[in-house]
Design a binder for this molecule. Sequence first.
Ligand SMILES: [Zn+2]
Length: 451
Amino acid sequence: MRCMRYLESIQKSLKRVTQSQVPCARLELPVAEGGGCTAARRRGRTQGGAAAGPAWKILGCILAHCSSIVLLSGAQLVHAQPNPALIRVAVAKDDPQVLLQIFGRFTMVASHNGQPIQQGRRLRPVTVRAVAAGLAMGDDVLPFAGVRIEPATDAAISLNGKRLRGIIEIMRQRDLTLLVVNHVELEDYLRGVLSKEAPDYWPPEALKAIAIAARTYALYQRFTKSQIDYDVSGDIMSQDYGGKTAEKIATTRAVKSTAGWIVMSQGKLFPTFYHSTCGGMTENGRVMGPFNIEPLRGGVTCRFCLASPFFSWQRRLTKADVAWAVSKSRFGSIGPVGDIQVTKRTASGRVEELRILGARRTLVLSGYDFRSLFGFDRIRSPLFAVERVADGFVLDGHGWGHGVGMCQWGAAELARRGFSAAEILEYYYPNTQLVDVQTLVNQPVTVVGGS
Ligand SMILES: [Zn+2]
């Protein structure tokens, strides 16, 4: 544990090579849209410089815990490859306060130097707030910008009523909000993800396929986002994470039975996007960023998600609805709306570009921006046709989500028809291989579309 602290400290203090743009969403946020999960990177923190400790000690820890390091001439350390067995999950972002409780023995240390602050047998519920002088815990103010809380093996941390495995770090940000990061083993993280991302009554082979995709997606984010304070968000911006509280027997079984297995493309790690319902055909990964690669090329025919309640949908929008939504957005008012015209579609038929004709001007939008005007729950996918009716428009749509990668409802149906998890993954991510994550240790990992 102590070495892990040093490892994370050195990761913070090292000069970063590049700032990669990483897709945020399991569901909706393409890189091209400047996704929200990079916001924390832009916002920065007030965390003081991490005390690095003796160089030999840090290097020893890196050698013990990292898969590989890259040394420039003169032995300048520029990049440490993350340990694939761990992940850092942002479980609270930009919160003015959080409710913390600890069931069992714990140690609290200052983040910047590992100095013990407090040890206890348990912690009653206490509100933690960011204040100018540091962190306020109830009536006590700790003069630190960040603290780490390490529970004993039989103890558990509860944050805002959600029990978490692993340890947590609470950090004050510049705007006096909190960032709370859960440092947790990857497999434990997945137990709290799969139960949120898939119904536990789905066939085991479908759950296993989704577990492998979720593991790969998480690792991809870890390997491409190691230069900021966390690897993934604990919400649907990355993958929904319910912690220990959310774990269910069937989904935990799927995680355990696939432990360590990921999908790779010719030895490269890539973002295994997945979505609820493709609605007939999957989409090319280029809509999510620089991912026009074989496994994400899209065009996979899928009639297996017909049973999904989201296979077909309709949404009625009045002209007034549209005018109002546009006027309240960053695009500003375009006056009364006359028409909506789809001007460009992707090869899979999804809306790539459309025009909203206003009395004052015409607004040209991507399918993504159009959906964002009304909410991704209301306009479930970019796969829709626009029909004009008396007072507005009816969107006749199919599917839920961006459509890239694996269709979860399709995976469930394939499993019911007897296909294995490996066959399901091969269907939705063509020309890929199942790989044990242990093979990533002790060798440099190449990622697709990352830094
Ligand atoms: Zn489908």
